[in-house]
Each structure stands twice: as C-alpha cells, then as structure tokens.
Design a protein around this ligand. Structure first.
Ligand code: ASP
Length: 583
C-alpha cells in the first residue's frame, strides 16, 4: 500500500517512528515559521507539521496545498507540545520529510466538516463529498455494523442467506410495482419485487427451513419523509413453526442488536399488545410506549348531555396531560389549530383544566356541570394541575387524531428520549380490511397470511372479524418489522383469494405457481421482514432514513446526483416497443 498507517491509528507509543500516511487535506494553517496540515481518511485525522527553518522548500510547497487535495506524506512521529485531547491522535504529530500530491481538488461546494454550510440538495448532488463528513460516514458504518450483526446472529441460529430474483412478476403487498419493460418480448414487463414474499415461501417448500436475506425491495408509493422507493429488508422465513417460535427467534435478534449496537442489555420479554388494545389506548397500531398518557374512551360519560357536538358523534375520547392546567389561551389555541390540520382531521378540541386550587375550568362549562366533569377526570385519572384534552367524532378518525395529539404532547413535554427504547409486539391484527371505494376486502398484511385458528368459523359469517396470525415489531412508535404465519394449504389459499375478490382465473394467473407448489408437500411456515433502513435510523438517533443510505433519493424520489428519473432516447424506446404519451 502507499501508506504504512491510517490517519486514525498513530499514538504516542509510535514516537520516533518513520511513517507514511495518505489522505485528504482537511485544513492547513500557517503559524509563523510552521505550517500545519490536518490529513483525513476514513479512520481519523492526523496533524502534519512542516518547518520553514529546517526545510524551507518543503514548507513552501506545503503552503500551496488546498483543501481536499489527496496527499501522501512521509515523516517522523513526534510528541506534540500542544496536545489536542479531543481526537485520538491528538498527542502526536508527523514532522514531514517528504510529501507528494496524489491529486488536486477544486474548492468543494460546501465545507467538509462536522457542521457543514451545505444545504440538503447541494449535499445530495455531491453525495460523495458529503460522505467524507464524519456524521454521515459514521451512519454508513453503523449500517454496516448492524448488517454484520444481523448476519452473525442469524448464522448462529442456522439461517442461510439465499438470493431471490429482482426481475419478477408483480407481488401484491399493497403498493404499486415498479415495472421493467422486456425488450425481447415486446409489450411484456417484469416487476421489481415489493418483497421476496412468494420466493421465500417457495424456499420453505424446497426444504430450506431457515432462510434470510438482506434484500432490496421496491415500492412505487407517494413519497414521505421516512420512505424511499427502494429500501432494504431483513427478510426471514422459517418452517415447522408457530407464532411464538417466530417471536422468540426475532426477539432474540432484536436483543442481540440492542446489545451489540447500543450496548443495552434488554432482559425482559417484549410486551405483546393485541391490535384492538393498541388502537383503544394509543389510537394507532404503532404505539410509542416510552410514555403513558393513554387514550380514554368517555363516550358513555359525555354523550347525551345536551352538547350537540358530542351528541351526534360515534366516539368521544381524551388524554390527560400532566401539568397542563397552566396552559395559556394561546397555547390551547395552538393545540386546537394542530388537531384541526387536515392531516390530523379533528374538528375541534375540548379542554378541562384541573386547577391546582381544586377548581375546574373547561371549554364546555355551559353544558357539563362539575359532577359530570369529575366523572371524566376519574376516568382519565386526572389530578390537580393536569389538563384533559378531548376530541370527538367518527371512532377511527378520532382515535387517529388522538394518537397524533398524544405524540405531539409527548414531544412537547420531552417524553420521547431518543436513547430510551421500548420494543413491543403488536399481535392479533384483523385479517381483512373493508375498502369502501372498491367495495371489497383487502388483506391487511398480505394474501398469504393465515387466520388464527379460533376464528376459522368466521370465514362464512363475519370475515371482517377474523384475526390474522400476524405480528409487528414496534419500537418507539416505529413499525420496525412485520410478518405472519402463512397459509400452506391450497384450498385455504384459494378461499382467501376468493374472499379478496379474485376470480379463480385471476388467482391462477397471478399465483398459479404458488398454488401449484402447495400441492407438493408445503410445510407449515411463517416469517417476518424488518425495515432495515428504519431500524438503523432508530438506532442512529436522527430522523431521516436518508442519513443512513449511501446514495438516497430525495423526498420527490429523485436522485439529484445522477439526475434520475430521466428520459430514454428514442432509440431505446423503439427497442423496447414503448411510446411515451404525454398526459
Ligand atoms: N413480505 C412482508 C412485507 O414485506 C413481510 C412478511 O410477511 O414476511 O411486509
């Protein structure tokens, strides 16, 4: 190699040793007769020193080197007189005897420092420079370390990693597919996998009873801050298992990662929360359980008392916020504006202040007397000094709005510490979801999910009530992963497709290969997939999954560095037998 050491490894113990380092110029400064250059590589930063008195030629050459030049310097390790204890190499410097410029650099478009002056768009355009910055580099290394630990754990448990194809036929995971035109078969298309779901099930039929894969998946969805059109899953499947075997195995994986990545010994079993309870108490199937502030249903107590707004609704519920009795008019107005935002969807906010002096002041004093309000307080376990925040409306929508209000209050009160982790399993999801628009059921997870045995009888009578043998791992309000015990019986799978509105021909056409495989000894099986990018983001402690992807797309799904999506040449379109019709 061109170097003897990296820029992060030299210490006082190497005092007097001749070394050669290679790296990028972080910065250089001239102080009287001396020039100091910080040289950086992936491993760290080391100070080089050039002395005008002892080697004027070398020193004046060094003064010509600019930021981000790539250099190779040879010299002697020396104890520094002015030590910098903030960096691991800060007790030494290299007295340079010779150096070479390996490559020059233009002035970079933003400063390559911990805190940069470059905005997001600019940094994404020059992502390769952004990746030189410590905070970004650290994230990419964290991602690698997590992937390594995932592989170590699963290897120990005798899982094997098997690749599945990327050019496939559409998989129904609920999102739109990205498609790839076939040149050889004009008018035919491949789809990119939303997940390797059917392939991993086929691998179970092949007898590979413990499969995993760190795999790219593709979903053509509308963009949101925490979404990327291509993302990575830790995709897993096991044979001869029941739900608890899967939960135990992957709770083990989560605990392994907590230990290795966050040095956190998670001893207790993860709580298991039925879906219905999650909705009732937290208003969401992704509850953030770092704090309580549970939602309470007060429909019975508050309805039918002559307050029109409440009397006509399906559901009334609220949360009790500690210390909220002190909230000013302005603050309450701001909270009202918050719940009224279109994406939250509430029509208004009712409050009850439980003042410290024992008096009660509410926004509905005209309609509810003290005795009635005391009942609400009792139900919500309010105490003097608290405030009750109440929303009313359609049950599902109101619970959703309450879940958002709860999170907002949790944020405002600092109850969502990034270094506290509260994992849990959400279980017993409904198997099906009724869709008003298409007037049919959709699979809540996917069509290969089996029902809980106790609910089989409901298939004929009340399909909407069937519970799925499905589970999600949720950590701090983030859905980290989800999976299910699968259907492995041809008849049952056919019945499921029928419930989902597939004609036998459609089912055959799309999933004939799977149904066919079920004829040849399909073992009972189940699995799970984790959103790897999200998990790394959670452990890394910042908000955007883009921070943990080497070359991410922006929020509009664009890669601004390579500038894509982009148009195809007429020649390419012709070869693919495609024509672009302007909308
Ligand atoms: N394929 C599913 C998904 O991507 C996960 C699973 O059921 O294993 O959500």
């Amino acid at each position: 190699m061109l170097r003897t050491h990296t820029c992060g490894e030299l210490r006082l113990s190497k005092n007097g040793k001749k070394v050669t380092l290679c790296g990028w110029v972080q910065k250089s400064r001239d102080l009287g007769g001396m020039t100091f250059i910080d040289i950086r590589d992936r491993y760290g930063i080391t100070q080089l020193v050039f002395n005008m008195e002892t080697n004027a030629g070398l020193c004046s050459n060094a003064r010509k080197i600019g930021r981000e030049f790539v250099i190779c310097a040879t010299g002697i390790v020396k104890e520094r007189s002015n030590k910098n204890f903030n960096i691991p190499t800060g007790e030494i410097e290299i007295v340079v005897q010779e150096f070479k410029v390996l490559n020059k650099s233009e002035v970079p478009p933003f400063t390559i420092e911990e805190e940069t002056d470059g905005g997001e768009e600019l940094r994404m355009k020059y992502r390769y420079l952004d990746l030189r910055r410590n905070p970004v580099k650290k994230n990419i290394i964290l991602r690698y370390e997590m992937a390594r630990e995932v592989r170590k754990y699963l290897d120990l448990k005798e899982f094997i990693e098997i690749e599945t194809p990327v050019l496939i036929k559409s998989t129904p995971e609920g999102a739109r597919d990205f498609v790839v035109p076939s040149r050889l078969k004009a008018g035919e298309f491949y789809a990119l996998p939303q997940s390797p779901q059917t392939f991993k099930q086929l691998l179970m039929i092949s007898g590979f009873d413990k499969y995993f894969q760190l795999v790219k998946c593709f979903r053509d969805e509308d963009f949101r801050a925490d979404r990327q059109p291509e993302f990575t899953q830790i995709d897993c499947e096991m044979s001869f298992v029941e739900r608890d075997d899967i939960l135990e195995t992957f709770e083990g994986l989560a605990k392994h990662l907590f230990k290795k990545i966050r040095d956190f010994d998670y001893k207790d079993a993860f709580p298991r929360l039925p879906y219905n309870e999650a909705l009732e108490k937290y208003g969401t199937d992704k509850p953030d359980t770092r704090f309580e502030m549970l939602i309470q249903d007060i429909t019975e107590l508050a309805k039918g008392k002559g307050f029109k707004v409440f009397d006509s609704v399906e559901y009334i519920g609220g949360i009790c916020v500690k210390g909220g009795a002190e909230y000013s008019r302005k603050k309450l107005d701001a909270l009202t504006d918050f719940v009224r935002k279109p994406q939250i969807g509430a029509t208004g906010l009712v409050y009850v202040k439980l003042n410290n002096d024992g008096t009660v002041k509410s926004s509905v004093d005209k309609f509810f007397n003290r005795e009635e309000l005391d009942k609400w307080t009792g139900n919500m376990e309010g105490e003097n000094g608290d405030i009750l925040l109440v929303l009313a409306g359609d049950r599902k929508k109101t619970l959703y709005a309450l879940s958002k209000l709860r999170l907002e209050m949790g944020k405002q009160l600092g109850l969502m510490d990034k270094n506290t982790f509260t994992p849990l399993w959400v279980v017993d999801f409904p198997l099906l979801e009724w869709d008003d628009e298409s007037q049919r059921y959709h699979a809540m997870h996917h069509p290969f999910t089996s029902a809980i045995k106790d609910d089989f009888h409901l298939f004929k009578t009340d399909p909407g009530k069937i519970r799925a043998n499905a589970y999600d791992l949720v950590i701090n309000g983030v859905e980290i992963g989800g999976g299910s015990i699968r259907i492995h019986d041809k008849q049952k799978q056919a019945e499921m497709f029928r419930l989902l509105g597939f004609s036998p021909e459609e089912a055959e056409n799309q999933f004939g290969f799977l149904m066919n495989a079920f004829k040849y000894g399909a073992p009972p099986h189940g699995g799970i997939a984790f959103g790897f990018d999200r998990w790394v983001t959670l452990f890394g402690g910042t908000d955007s999954i883009r921070d943990y992807i080497a070359f991410p797309k922006n929020t509009a799904g664009r890669d601004v560095m390579i500038d894509t999506p982009s148009v195809l040449s007429d020649e390419q379109l012709r070869e693919l037998s495609l024509k672009v019709v302007n909308k």
